[in-house]
Design a protein around this ligand. Structure first.
Ligand code: AMP
Ligand code: ZN
Length: 108
């Protein structure tokens, strides 16, 4: 099982900010911004290129839920979403996840 599957299963501890049937939002263990969260679909797949209809619905759900959590996550002033895909992007965990970054003016 990959590290995010273990987090979803509760086998590895995490700071969970939100959970529903399809996804969780946790704090990144090595924050790259003042506020850094990960939105992780519960189903394991690594790449957007592995998308099917169900997965597309899940990604859509994630993208509509994140703005609903904006205030709770302390991101009233804005935030940036990042999805690393593959080697050149430096993807280290091969379970799709959306980085949510903010809490400061982000350097490009
Ligand atoms: P990526 O490089 O896009 O694959 O991002 C993986 C992210 O997962 C990195 O920002 C890591 O800091 C983060 N990460 C790895 N292990 C954990 C963990 N156990 N709990 C929370 N975040 C983690
Ligand atoms: Zn996984």
């Amino acid at each position: 099982m990959c590290v995010f599957c273990k987090i979803v299963a509760g086998e590895i501890p995490s700071t969970k900010m939100y959970e529903d049937d399809e996804m969780i939002v946790i704090k990144d263990i090595e924050p790259k911004a003042n506020k850094h969260y990960l939105c992780i679909p519960k189903e394991h797949f690594a790449l957007l290129s592995e998308m099917d209809e169900k997965r597309a619905e899940t990604v859509k759900h994630c993208l509509s839920k994140i703005p609903a959590l904006q205030k709770e996550l302390g991101l009233e002033n804005g935030y940036r979403l990042v999805i690393n895909q593959g080697e050149d992007a430096g993807q280290t965990v091969h379970h799709l996840h959306i980085h949510i970054l903010g809490g400061e003016i982000l350097p490009w």
